[in-house]
Design a protein around this ligand. Sequence first.
Ligand code: ZN
Ligand code: FE
Ligand code: FE
Ligand code: FE
Length: 162
Amino acid sequence: MKITNLEDLFNHTLEDIYYAENKLVKALPKMAKACESPQLAKLFTTHAEETQEQIARLDEVFEALGRKPKATECPAIKGILEEGEELMSEIKDPETRDAAMLAAGQAAEHYEITRYGTLVSWAKLLGHKDVVTILEKTLKEEYGADDKLTKLAETKLNKQAA
Ligand code: ZN
Ligand code: FE
Ligand code: FE
Ligand code: FE
């Protein structure tokens, strides 16, 4: 895809996050299975379900723009997930492994937050009013997922690992 203007860049970024969400929807259930903490597993499972809805929302965004849903490889989310998987297989202590997975989950949420935040402001700039609300809804959900992970880390997990 040749990027010459903000509209192209917006479209490219939509394809990037579409790729990321499709990776995450597969990774989150695996992470949930590998968890020692039932609370952490629950957060990952719930967010996997939300992620499914987020993909459906992106389908809506593509449709509203008159485009076909398409994924373009996102090296950033690939890297975040690879790093998480590496730690998952290396760390033997279950509590420490949970802390690593929680941190990896947060890294993924933070990536999504930057992308959706950018998409929302570009959609506004480009006058795509119809998709702003849809993207904002997902952005809020990503903030929520991150918040829940932070709370769990602060109240329980990290202490157990320490
Ligand atoms: Zn996402
Ligand atoms: Fe997401
Ligand atoms: Fe990317
Ligand atoms: Fe997310």
